[in-house]
Design a protein around this ligand. Structure first.
Ligand code: SAM
Length: 268
């Protein structure tokens, strides 16, 4: 635990340490302002973290989002603009909930593929939805998708983008996989505005996420979640990144009091 997270301990150190604590605090505050272009945690660590939480991920997710995650995924399906018989790629599909919702949308004549880096998350996905017609779960990296160019009507990513080493490359790969006129959709956590609300939310998330993690005996893994949000770009910057990779008609809306952002863009 850092000094910034334990104010009681910090006070006990007394005035002699005041200057260095202030300097550290200022550095911490400055660091929070730095906007990242990708996740700094190495991919093997991200994979083993998700492998370790796979059996409890869905239950924890529902608890942490107060049951709102289903509604947000349905909004992502609508944004993907799919028709019956269509095709969709769900990147960083995890336990497959969005993949299954996309499969329901395109129906039995459609085709939906879920790709994820974590074998254990894919096991959960196959167990829950593997029997659905037209659905397939594949091990793969969002930054080097195992799919042909322009082979899907839409590509989605839900709560996966902030785990990628490069957000821009993630969008570039999704755009590559989608035909001209198709949609790229991103559902991701966001920091609410105005800034004081955002700071309050991040502080609260930092305390509650590991606590909920501890309930499921996954405390360390769930400490990763708030840290992955630190420095994550605001919604406007995510939209700019999408435009930068060539997506057109980029738009977004905030959901869940600004704690989540839904972005969409069209492949040129
Ligand atoms: C928070 S979970 C989200 C899962 C699911 N999309 C959902 O809506 O619940 C993030 C997922 O991203 C996956 N992931 C992280 N980095 C990845 C990468 N580089 N390529 C593919 N999947 C990745 C993890 O294994 C994990 O399953």
């Amino acid at each position: 635990m850092t000094a910034a997270q334990d104010p009681g301990q910090e006070a006990a150190r007394g005035a002699a340490n005041r200057e260095s604590a202030d300097t550290a605090g200022a550095r911490e505050a400055a660091a929070q302002e730095v906007v990242r272009t990708g996740n700094t945690v190495p991919e093997p660590s991200v994979t083993s973290m998700f492998d370790s939480i796979a059996p409890v991920y869905d239950r924890m997710n529902t608890l942490m989002t107060a049951g709102m995650d289903g509604r947000w995924r349905r909004a992502a399906v609508r944004a993907a603009n799919l028709s019956k018989g269509g095709t969709a790629l769900d990147v960083a599909c995890g336990t497959g909930k969005l993949t299954a919702a996309l499969a329901a949308k395109v129906g039995p004549e459609g085709r939906v593929e879920g790709v994820d880096l974590s074998p254990a998350m894919l096991d959960e996905a196959r167990r829950a939805f593997g029997a659905m017609r037209g659905i397939e779960f594949v091990l793969g990296n969002a930054l080097s998708l195992p799919v042909a160019d322009r082979s899907f009507d839409a590509a989605t990513i839900a709560f996966g983008l902030r785990n990628l080493a490069s957000f821009e490359d993630g969008f570039r790969e999704m755009a590559r996989a989608v035909r001209s006129g198709g949609r790229v959709v991103c559902l991701e956590l966001s920091v609410p505005r105005p800034r004081f609300m955002g700071r309050f939310y991040v502080a609260l998330f930092r305390i509650t996420a590991p606590f909920i993690g501890a309930l499921f005996r996954r405390r360390a893994a769930y400490a990763y979640l708030p840290s992955s949000l630190k420095g994550f770009p605001p919604a406007e910057e995510i939209a700019a990144t999408m435009r930068h990779v060539g997506l057109k008609d980029v738009g977004f809306k905030r959901l869940g009091l600004g704690t989540v952002a839904l972005h969409w863009g069209t492949v040129a």
